[in-house]
Each structure stands twice: as structure tokens, then as C-alpha cells.
Design a protein around this ligand. Structure first.
Ligand SMILES: CC(=O)SCCNC(=O)CCNC(=O)[C@H](O)C(C)(C)COP(=O)(O)OP(=O)(O)OC[C@H]1O[C@@H](n2cnc3c(N)ncnc32)[C@H](O)[C@@H]1OP(=O)(O)O
Length: 241
């Protein structure tokens, strides 16, 4: 009985130590507000809440909320436009736009008056990013994503679940690389392009600005701007302008 009591006591002590360590760590964590509470916003919140050692969640803004609330624990809820007030009033807060649609994500960033350095990049711990690659601000790197050497990932990009970016790639602002997309070495994906789930590129191709590659498409040649390309090999089937 004494042994059991001793064991229970040790267990409680180590749990207390763990909780204490977590509390200390939280004090040093940066506070981030997620803009958007839809599917992608929830994935980012999940990473921050359960896996991040750098950020803690300080609020969620979404235009489905009706009024601005600070619940007394300094957790903010309100409209996306309230981010301007938060940015001015709390200089230590960071922000990330958690909206999957590329144009909507850009429109939010354009409307807000938040300096670039206040946008946080949130990275799932299972992602692997070569230290020779550069990642911009406001980027979401979801579980299992891989970035190989000498690639450049610009601002407000989404590298979704289990996607891979090869060596020497350039991924411009507001691009969405969907789950299980494989980008071969030397690919350039221009601003706002969306590579649909499971699509792939062969080495050295370019995907034009605000173009979409349909799910499962294989890009074997340059895709012009504002184009929907689908199939294997991916062919243009629609022009957005
Ligand atoms: C965690 C997450 O969920 S991340 C989100 C990931 N989301 C995605 O990957 C989205 C993938 N979506 C798609 O592939 C969609 O089919 C889209 C976006 C390409 C459809 O775009 P739309 O502009 O609505 O095109 P629309 O549906 O009119 O299709 C145009 C033509 O392309 C065909 N087409 C559409 N998608 C595909 C595809 N993936 N492969 C082959 N053909 C396709 C359609 O059948 C249609 O052909 P038709 O004109 O002969 O009938």
C-alpha cells in the first residue's frame, strides 16, 4: 500500500511539473489571432492549440461573429475588420489569415492595415522544411508538408497536408498547394495559383497567376495566367478573364 501511495505521489509530482513547465512555456509564447473560422481557419487553430511551441491562440475573428468580445482572459472574438484595432492596441499580437480561398485571403490582407512582420507563419511540427529554403510571413504549413532545399515560399501561402515542394522552386504570394500535391524541382507557381488535391508538376514548369490545376491533374507544360487546367496531362478548359 505504501508503495502504491509513493507511486501515486511521484505521478502527481511529475504531472504538476509538466503543467508548471507548460505554464512557463506559455508565458513566453507569442500570441496569435486567426482571421477566419471556416475549415482552413480551424486547421490552423488546431496546430496552434495542440502542436505549436511558438504561438498560443489569442483570438479568432470571422465575419460570422456579430460583435467584438474580449472575454476577460484576453481572448478576442469579432469581425475580421477588428484586426486593425487589435493590431494598433496590442503591438505584441500576431495574425494569420486562415481562409482557404486565395482571392479571399488576398482581399483580407489588402483591406487590413497590418504590417507584414505582424503576420505569423504557423508550421505543424511534422512538416520538414530545408534550412536552405525561405518561408515568408502568414504562411500555413500543415501536417506532413515537405519543402526541399533552395526553394522560396512567399507570403500567405498554404502548404497543405502531405504536400511536397521540390528543390529550387518558387512559390509566390497567396498560392495554395493542396493536400498530396507534388511539386517537382525548379517549378514556379505564380501569385494566387491553386494546385488542386493530388495534382503534380514535372520539373521546371510554371503555373500562371491565379490559375487552377484541377484535382489529380499532371502539369507537363506552362499553364498561362487565369486558366483552369485539368486532366493528365493538364489542359486548359476554362479562362477566368
Ligand atoms: C483540405 C482541403 O479540402 S483543401 C481544398 C482542396 N480543393 C481542391 O483540391 C479542389 C479541387 N477541385 C477541382 O478539381 C474542381 O473540379 C475544380 C476547381 C477544377 C472545378 O472548377 P470549376 O471552375 O467549377 O470547373 P467545372 O466544374 O465547370 O469543370 C470544368 C470542366 O473540367 C472538368 N473537370 C473539373 N475538375 C476536373 C478534374 N479534377 N479532373 C478532370 N476534369 C475536371 C469538368 O468535368 C468540366 O468538364 P466539361 O466542361 O467537359 O463538363
Amino acid at each position: 500500500m505504501e508503495l502504491i501511495n509513493k507511486g501515486m505521489c511521484q505521478l502527481k509530482n511529475s504531472r504538476d511539473q509538466l503543467l508548471q513547465a507548460r505554464a512557463v512555456r506559455r508565458i513566453h509564447m507569442k500570441r496569435v489571432v486567426v482571421l477566419g473560422n471556416g475549415g482552413h481557419g480551424k486547421v490552423i487553430q488546431d496546430i496552434i492549440n495542440h502542436y505549436s511551441t511558438e504561438y498560443q491562440l489569442a483570438g479568432v475573428l470571422d465575419d460570422h461573429y456579430t460583435s467584438f468580445v474580449n472575454n476577460g482572459m484576453n481572448f478576442f472574438e469579432g469581425l475580421i475588420s477588428d484586426a486593425n484595432y487589435l493590431s494598433r492596441s496590442y503591438p505584441d499580437l500576431f495574425f494569420i489569415v486562415g481562409i482557404g480561398d486565395n482571392r479571399a485571403r488576398k482581399s483580407v490582407v489588402d483591406k487590413l492595415d497590418i504590417p507584414r512582420h505582424r503576420y505569423a507563419t504557423v508550421i505543424h511540427p511534422s512538416a520538414m522544411i530545408s534550412p536552405t529554403s525561405e518561408i515568408g510571413n502568414g504562411v500555413a504549413v500543415i501536417a506532413g508538408a515537405i519543402v526541399n532545399p533552395h526553394s522560396q515560399i512567399n507570403d500567405h501561402v498554404i502548404l497543405n497536408t502531405s504536400s511536397s515542394v521540390g528543390h529550387d522552386c518558387q512559390i509566390e504570394d497567396y498560392v495554395h498547394i493542396s493536400p498530396r500535391v507534388a511539386i517537382a524541382g525548379g517549378t514556379k507557381v505564380q501569385e494566387g495559383a491553386h494546385l488542386g488535391i493530388g495534382s503534380v508538376t514535372i520539373p521546371g514548369v510554371e503555373v500562371g497567376r491565379w490559375s487552377t490545376v484541377g484535382a489529380g491533374g499532371v502539369v507537363t507544360d506552362h499553364i498561362p495566367d487565369d486558366t483552369l487546367a485539368v486532366g493528365v496531362p493538364a489542359k486548359a478548359v476554362k479562362y477566368y478573364n
